[in-house]
Design a protein around this ligand. Structure first.
Ligand SMILES: NC(=O)c1ccc[n+]([C@@H]2O[C@H](COP(=O)([O-])OP(=O)(O)OC[C@H]3O[C@@H](n4cnc5c(N)ncnc54)[C@H](O)[C@@H]3O)[C@@H](O)[C@H]2O)c1
Length: 391
């Protein structure tokens, strides 16, 4: 039996444990938790964990008394670094949620802490390890496009209202959507291109769609505009659009943050990215897309060919530029994060059983944060920003 300790037992880590880790190892048990919301966690815990899980005041007590085999950190974004730095002091396999840091001070401290650590990490980057991305990487590594010279990557997010109606709207916690969302995409792009991002220019559009002047604390049930508002529960249900279909917080409220103060998540943002070795690309993320507008994936090209894939259509296309052949491959369906969460669970269990290598080690999380921070800074200043590199 694997004895797991969890710091921040929220919705995301519960899903990973319940639907992915337990699918591969039904005997895994949550035996220790650090989380101030004990009642909420007890509600969330699976039946098989309820009796055995003990609550501890901090990570040191959990490690000292919990006899755990591994740790998972599933708090909200701003707490990933402080807890991960503590975890670096123990020789326990660690599953760490993304983004691994939310500012440069945190990211640099994390790099320093892990430079001397024996703690092996699976950073929660499901896209990099998803079978479709792995297939694309195989083709690229096999020379399908020759030297990769350019990449176009898009993320038309069909569930983007969570960034204005859920805790993600709290700027102090997330620091914007490059860190929150693009951390995944920059990571898989560096993997595909087999090179770190070294320079970024970026732009963000804020306050054109979400955020606004509706009063603080407003929820739909207290709003006079429920009939007309496209985001009301009734209208979301009628139109088959995503988002909370129950009474929810207003996505046009002052609570979402202030564009003037730079504390409002962007409706969309884009980055022009340069990779070590000279290839370049563009990445765009759009958060007001709905329904069939969903699209996430990349097109990588070189002189010899083009490889493109999209996780929503679950298809990969290969075009040979200098031979009369093109091919389309379809991936299997139905797995969370396009099969990536199951792969992360596989990697984490392998670490627990003694494997020494993770496909998403701490370095991938930190390097991605460095690229996201450069994009954030570039969007704020209108300048190209050099990306800090892991030392
Ligand atoms: N990798 C992915 O694809 C993916 C997907 C979704 C969410 N996430 C990330 O997962 C993280 C958690 O998201 P969520 O939706 O599960 O949030 P959540 O609010 O459901 O969970 C956070 C948990 O942390 C607990 N917590 C609060 N303060 C704490 C403290 N000081 N010490 C310990 N625990 C504390 C809360 O009580 C809660 O149980 C976010 O950072 C998000 O970016 C990643």
């Amino acid at each position: 039996m694997v004895r797991l300790g969890v710091i921040g037992y929220g919705g995301r880590i519960h899903g990973v444990i319940e639907h992915n880790l337990r699918q591969l190892d039904p005997d895994i048990r949550v035996v220790g938790v650090v989380d101030p919301d004990e009642a909420g966690v007890r509600n969330r815990l699976a039946a098989c964990d309820r009796d055995g899980a003990r609550f501890y005041p901090d990570l040191a007590a959990l490690v000292k008394q919990g006899r755990i085999d591994a740790l998972a950190i599933g708090t909200r974004c701003n707490l990933h670094t402080p807890y991960a730095i503590q975890a670096a002091g123990y020789d326990l396999p660690l599953f760490l949620e993304k983004p691994v840091a939310t500012d440069m001070r945190q990211a640099a401290a994390l790099e320093k802490a892990f430079a001397r650590s024996r703690c092996r990490v699976v950073v929660s980057f499901p896209l990099r390890v998803s079978p479709l991305c792995a297939l694309a990487r195989d083709y690229l590594a096999g020379g399908a496009v020759g030297d990769p010279i350019h990449v176009t990557a898009v993320n038309y997010v069909p569930y983007g209202t969570i960034y204005w109606e859920a805790e993600y709207r709290n700027w102090g916690i997330t620091q914007g959507l490059f860190l929150q969302k693009a951390t995944h995409d920059f990571d898989y792009l560096m993997y595909l291109m087999d090179a770190p991002i070294v320079r970024v220019a970026a732009m963000r559009t804020v306050g054109k769609v979400f955020g606004g002047r509706k009063k603080a604390g407003l929820v739909c049930s207290q709003c006079r505009e429920q009939d007309a508002c496209l985001e009301s529960p009734a209208n979301r249900r009628r139109h088959g659009t995503s988002g909370d279909h129950g009474d929810h917080r207003c996505v046009f409220s002052t609570d979402c943050g202030s564009a003037a103060a730079g504390t409002l998540n962007e409706d969309c943002s884009s980055a022009l990215i340069e990779f070590a070795g000279g290839a370049h690309g563009v990445y765009t993320q759009v958060f007001y897309s709905r329904r069939d507008a969903a699209s996430r994936g990349a097109t990588v090209s070189g002189y010899q060919g083009t490889v493109s894939f999209d996780w929503y259509t679950n298809e990969l296309h290969r075009v040979r530029h200098h031979a009369p052949f093109s091919a389309t491959e379809r991936a299997g369906e139905g797995a969370s994060h396009f099969g990536g969460d199951l792969e992360l669970a596989r990697d984490f269990l392998a670490l627990i059983r003694g494997a020494t290598r993770s496909r998403t080690p701490i370095e991938t999380g930190i390097q991605s944060v460095y690229a996201c921070l450069a994009a954030k800074s570039a969007a704020e200043t209108g300048r190209f920003v050099a990306v800090r590199q892991l030392s």
